[in-house]
Ligand binder design. Structure first.
Ligand code: TRP
Length: 370
């Protein structure tokens, strides 16, 4: 087993492959991660998050909790809660369809655990205004919201400014230690550590300081080659895609080869199909050979349509079992509902106990006692 030394790095960031995948923890660690239910999940969610969650789910000494962060979407959909409702249900169905198992991990809906809101209320008091508003990720997101189209909601609510603190509440109470996140969320983990340290010092509590677990999966470009796969850019392959939809998106992929002349070596730097094959094709030897032939050019070359055909096959092999499971869960909604009800209830019990403990330490209960 690989031996890992993480002491010489930033203490609150651990890397998935180097530090975590091969690490043998000598005790049970609590892990929480979450997603905003903002729409159907796509390939990027699968590659960057769900695939790692599946590995974590099968690691015996990690206790996993997967959070459906509905408040992080609700503030923006107050006039359109129907969309949030269907996004929550669809996200849970997607989770189940990629084989996340509610028997092994808790699926938790943020708003099903009112203690979360109570703790959030307390934590805002520990957070200086300047610290809350100086968060680079928050600033970035606020700018994006303010630059939205006229017909969209372009005002940032007070809740949104506070969302990193709400995320601290998600993390702190049940003593989660490992928080798998995308890199942009690291400032929130830093905030969590600051706030939790403050609470611990002031009240003699021992809430662990969380660590961010970072996945090294490179960002998946959109089917148009845009840096980001996103539904608003129309460059997305959903986990619900039919074979025809996969074909449509793969065939539309940009390959850049028209730019080079026949005799010149072919350029694959902006070749979207190869970028996808890099991530999804497991036969790396064959892939290298294809690249070599493609770059060398004519005689022994491969055509774009051949690469596209290969990619369609690989993606369909990945997506078709998910599609099938999705149908199953759509016809067995009771399983979907019970997964979030049971998970939220399990977590709620822990929250209630710990919140009580914290309030005792803070001496904000039993006002009549001396
Ligand atoms: N902010 C995360 C996202 O954008 C979701 C999230 C909410 C989360 N609470 C969390 C992630 C706590 C990790 C831990 O998807």
């Amino acid at each position: 087993m690989k031996k890992i030394n993480i002491s010489n790095k930033t203490p609150h960031v651990i890397r998935w492959v180097e530090d975590f995948k091969y690490k043998v923890w000598d005790r049970v660690v609590n892990c929480l991660t979450g997603m905003r239910p903002s729409g159907r999940l796509h390939l990027w969610h699968f590659k960057w998050a769900l695939e790692n969650w599946l590995l974590m789910q099968d690691t015996q000494n990690i206790k996993n909790n997967f959070l459906i962060a509905d408040y992080q979407v609700l503030w923006d959909h107050l006039w359109d809660t129907e969309r949030l409702r269907s996004a929550v249900v669809n996200m849970v169905i997607d989770w189940l369809s990629v084989w996340l198992d509610p028997k092994k991990s808790n699926f938790v809906v943020q708003s099903y655990v009112p203690e979360f809101a109570e703790l959030f209320n307390l934590l805002t008091m520990f957070t200086p205004y300047s610290v809350a508003t100086n968060n680079p990720t928050l600033k970035d997101e606020m700018k994006k919201i303010e630059n939205r189209w006229e017909w969209e909601n372009s005002s940032v609510s007070l809740w949104f400014i506070n969302y990193p603190v709400s995320q601290v509440a998600d993390i702190m109470l049940p003593k989660w230690e490992i928080v798998p996140v995308w890199e942009d969320q690291i400032p929130h983990i830093e905030l969590a550590r600051k706030i939790i340290k403050k609470v611990n010092t002031m009240y003699g509590t021992s809430f662990p300081l969380p660590m961010a677990l970072i996945s090294e999966t490179p960002r998946l470009v959109g089917t148009d080659g845009n840096d980001k796969m996103s539904k608003s850019l129309w460059n997305t392959i959903y986990l619900t895609a039919t074979l025809n939809e996969i074909k449509k998106w793969v065939n539309s992929m940009y390959t850049d080869s028209w730019k080079t002349s026949v005799s010149a070596p072919w350029n694959i730097e902006n070749h979207v199909v190869f970028k996808y094959l890099d991530i999804f094709y497991s036969d790396k030897v064959h892939l290298e050979e294809l690249k070599k032939r493609y770059i060398e050019g004519w005689e022994n070359s491969v055509w774009d349509w051949e690469l596209k055909k290969l990619l369609v096959k690989i993606l369909d092999e990945l997506i078709s079992p998910i599609r099938e499971k999705r149908e199953y869960y759509k016809n067995n909604m009771d399983l979907v509902i019970s997964s979030i009800e049971e998970g939220s209830e399990n977590v709620r019990k822990i929250w209630q106990e710990l919140l009580q403990e914290l309030k005792e330490k803070m001496w904000i209960i039993w006002y009549w006692k001396s």
